[in-house]
Design a protein around this ligand. Structure first.
Ligand code: ADP
Length: 410
């Protein structure tokens, strides 16, 4: 079965086409600048040079059409016919309390996702545009949705409730939801395989450190707590997001700087984090480069960033009364040996002994970066959110009765 995985943003759309029998990526790419002039489609097939096409793509329906044209292109395509796509899986950021697992799309699911627009105004409407665009272009193909929040629905109330009047939870569902759930799901399973231990016996702390960054305490295979909250703003310091701060700073800043709520919201989401403290960049590569060249502001930004990760690790060791492994994943977590070293230097109390050579090794496979004698293991486990979306979609489609019939008749 071929599964097309779609991650649809407001002006961009990423795609991965998987053959599920081999769990192999047949092609991948992205459409950028949807709705603007000079939209760009970038398409990549293994071992072939990347292909770029500039054209006018005014909406998501046209973007999906262009992707399907490319996938079936005589020269650059990998399929002979669009009927060779048997299912489509979408990433959806917010599933609220309605979804604790991935589901096939029907009218009621679409309605629920629409109801959640308020909770994720930047993301869910854009995902819905992707879903509708696929529906128009591939009306007979089943579609599934995989939610970033679903994995965290196992958190107990003491983790997910805020200490504010409970009427706000009852009326408006104001609570911690957590994000990066697809990544935590994938990485926790991969970690258990690597450690050759059953998941339901493990206490893991996973640090998903990318442009957006969060940590999660995974107790016996289930999310027990996580640093992001009702929105992806809470928790760790990020590229452009502030992470945790005293909520009183919001009204105080509004008064002192004569700002609107929207301006403060934009400041905390887009003009804070590494970018604000360093004054240089939100990209960890540039921060590390500047720091190594002696830039003091970059050094401070780097230290704050690592220190906050370390504080969350400490909190989650206490929350779970222990930990079997600490895991780094995502863009920064997988690639920045210097960041991992800075975090681990403060974890000696827990028995972490970093192996500097192992920490410098680059690999797409899971690996241990602590010494053989280290009491606590620290691992790097590359994430693969697209593969998990493809797997969930594949399983959902296989398990729907009508599909079993049609596939077995092929
Ligand atoms: P997203 O949250 O957009 O999915 P990713 O997980 O892809 O983000 O992470 C992207 C980030 O990874 C980049 O902003 C960059 O800071 C960081 N990154 C990638 N490679 C390196 C590297 N070699 N060293 C430090 N940071 C890196």
């Amino acid at each position: 079965m071929n599964v097309l995985v779609i991650n649809s943003g407001s002006s961009s759309l990423k795609y991965h086409l998987y053959n599920m029998e081999k769990e192999e990526v047949l092609a991948k790419g992205r459409v950028e600048r949807i709705g603007m002039d000079s939209s760009i489609l970038t398409h990549e097939v293994d071992h072939e040079p990347e292909m770029r096409e500039v054209s006018e793509i005014l909406d998501h329906t046209t973007a999906i059409k262009k992707v399907l044209d490319m996938l079936t292109h005589r020269q650059y395509g990998v399929l002979t016919n669009i009927n060779d796509i048997q299912a489509v899986g979408h990433r959806v950021v917010h599933g609220g309390e309605s979804f604790s697992e991935s589901v096939l799309i029907d009218q009621s699911v679409k309605l629920e996702i629409r109801k959640l627009f308020d909770l994720a105004p930047l993301h869910n409407p854009a995902h819905m545009m992707g879903i509708m665009a696929v529906e128009i272009n591939l009306p007979d193909v089943p579609q599934a949705v995989v939610f970033d929040t679903a994995f965290h629905q196992t958190m107990p109330p003491k983790s997910y409730l805020y200490a504010i009047p409970t009427v706000l939870y009852r009326k408006h569902k104001i609570r911690r939801y957590g994000f990066h759930g697809t990544s935590y799901d994938y990485v926790s399973k991969r970690t258990a395989e690597f450690l050759e231990r059953p998941m339901n016996k493990l206490k893991l702390i996973i640090c998903h450190i990318g442009n957006g960054a969060s940590c999660a305490a995974i107790l016996e295979g289930k999310s027990y707590d996580t640093s992001m909250g009702m929105t992806p703003l809470e928790g760790l310091m990020m590229g452009t997001r502030s992470g945790d701060l005293d909520p009183a700073i919001v009204p105080y800043t509004i008064n002192k700087e004569d700002l609107t709520l929207n301006e403060v919201n934009s400041m905390l989401n887009k003009h804070s984090g590494l970018l604000a403290v360093s004054g240089i960049s939100s990209d960890m590569r540039e921060i590390v480069e500047a720091m190594n060249d002696g830039n003091e502001a970059a050094k401070l930004a780097f230290e704050m960033y690592a220190y906050r990760i370390r504080k969350y690790i400490g909190a989650y060791v206490a929350a779970m009364d222990g930990v079997d492994a600490i895991v780094f994943t995502a863009g920064v977590g997988e690639n920045s040996a210097q960041l991992r070293k800075e975090v681990c230097q403060g974890l000696t109390f827990f028995g972490v002994e970093l192996d500097e050579e192992r920490n410098e090794v680059r690999s797409s496979e899971p690996r241990r970066i602590t010494t053989k004698g280290s009491k606590l293991s620290v691992l790097v486990v590359p994430t693969n959110e697209e593969l998990l979306i493809a797997r969930d979609t594949y399983q959902l489609v296989l398990n729907q009765p009508a599909a079993v019939e049609s596939i077995s008749n092929e």
